[in-house]
Design a protein around this ligand. Structure first.
Ligand SMILES: *[C@@H]1O[C@H](CO)[C@@H](O)[C@H](O)[C@H]1NC(C)=O
Ligand SMILES: *[C@@H]1O[C@H](CO)[C@@H](O)[C@H](O)[C@H]1NC(C)=O
Ligand SMILES: *[C@@H]1O[C@H](CO)[C@@H](O)[C@H](O)[C@H]1NC(C)=O
Ligand SMILES: *[C@@H]1O[C@H](CO)[C@@H](O)[C@H](O)[C@H]1NC(C)=O
Ligand SMILES: *[C@@H]1O[C@H](CO)[C@@H](O)[C@H](O)[C@H]1NC(C)=O
Ligand SMILES: *[C@@H]1O[C@H](CO)[C@@H](O)[C@H](O)[C@H]1NC(C)=O
Ligand SMILES: *[C@@H]1O[C@H](CO)[C@@H](O)[C@H](O)[C@H]1NC(C)=O
Ligand SMILES: *[C@@H]1O[C@H](CO)[C@@H](O)[C@H](O)[C@H]1NC(C)=O
Ligand SMILES: *[C@@H]1O[C@H](CO)[C@@H](O)[C@H](O)[C@H]1NC(C)=O
Ligand SMILES: *[C@@H]1O[C@H](CO)[C@@H](O)[C@H](O)[C@H]1NC(C)=O
Ligand SMILES: *[C@@H]1O[C@H](CO)[C@@H](O)[C@H](O)[C@H]1NC(C)=O
Ligand SMILES: *[C@@H]1O[C@H](CO)[C@@H](O)[C@H](O)[C@H]1NC(C)=O
Length: 723
């Protein structure tokens, strides 16, 4: 018998309105139907608090009257308790890329032998970066979202960002303001680039316009996402009006106080310098009011949290302290007018990315425009590597969240700074009384899942997690009882994010290796470690044949193989360059050319072999990225071409002319063989044929550019426009 417990809606400041446990029973029915009668969820009534942040969450798991009873302080506590049951008692879990393995649980579902307790150390567990909605989710179906939201709930997330379909709200508001579609639609960016349009970094779309069909489709999807979030105990953070508007606003509203934002990443001006309506203008409040009201009309009055970033990689028109304070004050007032309960959620990235502009004095002035501290929540975005909370004195009193970013552009490479995910947040908690949450802000979801799970689990442990034991247990669950433990996850201070394989970069004779920073290529470990791990994996699977059928094991085996190839390519490249860069003696030139050809063909063959390995699993292949994009076009081939162009352009040129080329590169089957390989092939051929004295970098680059352009234009008609 399923038991659904309802409590009255409690009217406290922080709670989302859903108090039915039905969403949790539904989760079990989705993922482990055979056990749908085995669980009993008991939601404790929690005394309403006046505080703007909820109390910490707690759960207990026990056996009551033969049922697996999970009792907790909130739906999120219950969901977290459910995962604890799955991992610690049933030894199963749910994963990115691999999916849910909950069905592997023993049947009947084992009862806990003793009571298990859990208590969060922070009230908020946050998830998503604004750009995750472009790097990972833009082409997701509802089924993809369902899995994601189950993952979030089970991992204790209770404060996720919810950006999907925002263009529908903006479109309708702009229409209400008498702008016409021919003014509004060209303002939006393509499906793979909406995040940066939402940030005001870019405007417009290259190679086609965002179709209305997309806007309507995503808006429907957002309704599904939001109601599921609520069912699973998550409070969504909705977008708000930022101030970025179509240029033509000034025609209709000549007195509107607008300024041009800054040029982003050298994009041509038509695509950047986005028009910004100043928050001091009454038109700004009017638009804010409409945006918030329209969302309440569409989705209900479901949240008080609004994500709102105006100066993310986009510098304010003026650095004057009064100007900055006025900008925030105007924005804050507009939010409070529209929803008196509003809390402004802001990514703190700008304070790091443009620390030259954002002096402490300016940060303090900017934040002080929000006159009540509780009306703002700052996301310290990259806390494991570049925390800003110390230098800003905990954001001058604003509540803030400690976040792990970990990767840029969904790049792929084994990597993790373990101590910085366990020790650092605990130290931060002890130091800063206004730290109210822990969360994940990955640019894309990628393969180092364990280090993301680690941080969310740390949010339920008062002391730094013992990572040795954690890794052992995590891997044992993942491989259903076998713990082949490969670890390249060492505290790794020389890199600060997921590294990139050099074969994903435009070929060059210099500058590719030993990069540090956001897309490091420097290897901070002995590559033999990964080779040994690969051998262990292979031996384990030979010994224990069922491992081949374990989807998580297969995933990791391909991932480790990918890393072995990436590291080997690096070595081969270095050999090639040093063989090339010796003054050729005439008598040796034949041998020299032969040596170079041998090194080059090793590199090319390895890319080809890697492609074959990657192509064995869909999650390492380009195909789903493209087909999911196309499938959203509902059989309109012209629109499908545009979506495909977006999908391809993001992971290759990233911009109409390669403005941030290779930023979001991927080691994917199909991309390695059809893009990186030909790029290296023309380059290596050129280099073999030209010794250092004859080498001309522009000529080499030209040959490579031809391949890059070909990849983009080959498949899509650049000049076609959407209707
Ligand atoms: C909540 O606010 C009310 C009225 O402002 C006050 O009477 C009450 O004591 C407060 N409760 C708590 C738990 O602070
Ligand atoms: C367990 O069963 C007893 C006897 O039927 C009942 O009184 C009690 O409420 C049950 N406990 C729960 C938590 O359902
Ligand atoms: C675009 O932004 C840059 C700053 O990055 C600025 O120098 C330039 O004046 C802006 N151009 C326009 C047309 O606003
Ligand atoms: C800031 O706002 C105040 C009050 O509205 C106004 O008097 C002042 O001129 C503004 N300062 C700037 C630099 O915009
Ligand atoms: C939405 O809910 C908040 C309380 O969370 C309330 O202050 C506000 O008036 C509500 N807005 C509408 C339009 O109902
Ligand atoms: C990361 O951890 C190392 C080792 O504990 C420490 O020295 C370093 O300061 C940490 N970095 C950050 C940004 O917390
Ligand atoms: C894998 O797990 C099974 C069952 O738990 C066990 O019998 C076997 O010895 C393990 N194999 C390895 C290689 O650890
Ligand atoms: C080639 O060797 C010279 C001299 O050692 C060095 O300065 C140069 O950087 C090398 N070039 C490349 C591409 O490795
Ligand atoms: C990269 O750095 C390592 C260690 O500092 C060094 O051994 C290696 O020669 C460097 N490689 C290149 C190509 O500079
Ligand atoms: C979006 O469009 C696709 C393709 O037509 C369709 O399968 C899907 O159901 C639509 N999604 C929503 C939420 O309408
Ligand atoms: C290699 O990099 C240098 C420096 O960024 C650049 O000038 C050159 O054109 C590049 N060469 C090729 C072949 O891309
Ligand atoms: C691209 O599309 C345009 C406009 O639809 C058309 O005129 C042109 O012939 C097409 N080019 C190719 C190569 O298909």
């Amino acid at each position: 018998m399923r038991r659904v417990l309802f409590f009255g809606l409690f009217a406290c400041g922080w709670s989302s309105v859903t108090t039915s446990t039905q969403g949790l029973y539904d989760l079990i029915t989705r993922r482990l139907p055979s056990a749908s009668d085995d669980f009993k969820f008991i939601l404790n009534d929690v005394t309403a608090s006046n505080s703007s942040t909820p109390p910490n969450d707690a759960f207990t798991i026990s056996t009551v009257n033969g049922s697996i009873a999970i009792e907790g302080s909130s739906l999120s506590a219950l969901a977290t308790g459910l995962r604890r049951y799955f991992t610690d008692v049933a030894h199963v879990d749910v994963y990115w890329f691999v999916g849910s393995r909950l069905k592997e649980a023993p049947s009947p579902a084992p009862r806990p032998a003793s009571t298990i307790h859990g208590e969060s150390i922070v009230p908020w567990r946050y998830f998503f970066n604004t750009v995750t909605f472009s790097y990972t989710t833009p082409f997701w179906s509802w089924a993809d979202w369902e899995l994601e939201l189950d993952w979030l709930a089970l991992h204790g997330v209770n404060l996720p960002l919810a950006w999907v379909g925002f263009e529908k709200i903006l479109l309708d508001v702009f229409r209400d303001m008498k702008l016409v579609d021919s003014e509004i639609l060209p303002f939006f960016s393509g499906p793979a680039f909406q995040s940066w349009n939402r940030f005001g970094n870019i405007q417009r779309s290259w190679s086609g316009e965002l179709p209305l069909q997309w806007i309507e489709n995503q808006s429907v999807l957002q309704k599904q996402i939001l109601s599921r979030m609520l069912e699973l105990g998550m409070t969504p953070i909705l977008p708000a009006f930022t101030g970025f508007v179509p240029r033509t606003i000034s025609t209709l509203y000549p007195n509107a106080s607008v300024v041009n934002g800054s040029q982003w990443e050298n994009f041509p001006l038509e695509y950047t310098n986005t028009t910004f309506l100043e928050p001091s203008d009454s038109l700004f409040s009017d638009l804010q009011n409409r945006v918030i009201k329209k969302q309440i009309d569409h989705y209900g009055n479901i949240t008080k949290f609004y994500t709102l970033d105006q100066y993310n990689e986009n510098d304010p028109f003026s650095g004057d302290l009064d100007y900055l304070r006025n900008a925030t004050r105007g924005t804050w007032k507009s939010l409070k007018d529209a929803n008196p309960a509003a809390v402004w959620v802001m990514q703190g990235w700008l304070f790091y990315s443009n620390s030259d502009f954002w002096t402490n004095e300016r940060i303090e002035a900017y934040l002080s425009g929000v006159e009540s501290d509780e009306d703002m929540l700052v996301l310290d975005l990259f806390s494991e590597s570049q925390p800003q909370w110390q230098r800003t004195n905990s954001y001058y009193g604003k509540p803030w969240v400690w976040n792990e970013l970990h990767n840029y552009g969904g790049n792929m490479g084994l990597y993790g700074q373990i101590d910085n995910l366990t020790i650092s947040p605990i130290e931060a908690m002890q130091t800063s009384s206004t730290m109210v949450g822990m969360g994940l802000t990955p640019e894309g979801q990628e393969g180092n899942e364990i280090v993301y799970a680690l941080l969310l689990d740390q949010a339920w442990q008062k002391v730094p997690i013992n990572t040795q034991a954690y890794f052992h247990d995590w891997v044992t669950v993942r491989y259903s009882g076998n713990n082949t433990t490969p670890t390249c996850f060492n505290t790794n201070l020389l890199a600060n994010a997921v590294p990139k394989a050099i074969f994903e970069l435009a070929p060059n004779t210099t500058g590719l290796t030993n990069r540090t920073g956001h897309h490091p290529t420097q290897l901070n470990y002995d590559p033999q470690v990964v080779v040994d791990a690969w051998k262990d994996f292979y031996a384990a699977a030979k010994f224990e044949n069922r491992l081949w059928k374990n989807a998580a094991f297969a995933h990791d085996f391909v991932d480790i193989t990918r890393q072995v190839f990436a590291n080997a390519f690096l070595g081969n490249y270095e050999d090639f360059i040093s063989a090339w860069n010796v003054t050729a003696l005439k008598s040796q030139s034949y041998k020299r050319t032969n040596d170079l050809r041998r090194h080059a063909s090793k590199m090319i063959l390895s890319l080809s072999a890697l492609d074959a390995v990657l192509s064995t699993l869909p999650q390492f292949s380009l195909v789903p990225w493209i087909t999911s994009a196309r499938s959203l076009a509902a059989n309109n081939s012209q629109i499908a071409d545009f979506y495909e162009y977006n999908a391809r352009n993001q992971i290759t040129l990233w911009g109409p002319n390669g403005e941030i080329i290779d930023y979001a590169s991927k080691s994917w089957g199909g991309l390695v063989a059809d893009y990186y390989l030909p790029r290296w092939n023309v380059f290596l051929t050129y280099v073999v044929d030209h010794d250092p004295s004859q080498y001309n970098a522009s000529a080499a680059r030209e040959a490579v550019v031809a391949v890059e352009q070909d990849n983009d234009s080959n498949r899509v008609n650049h000049t076609s426009s959407q209707s």
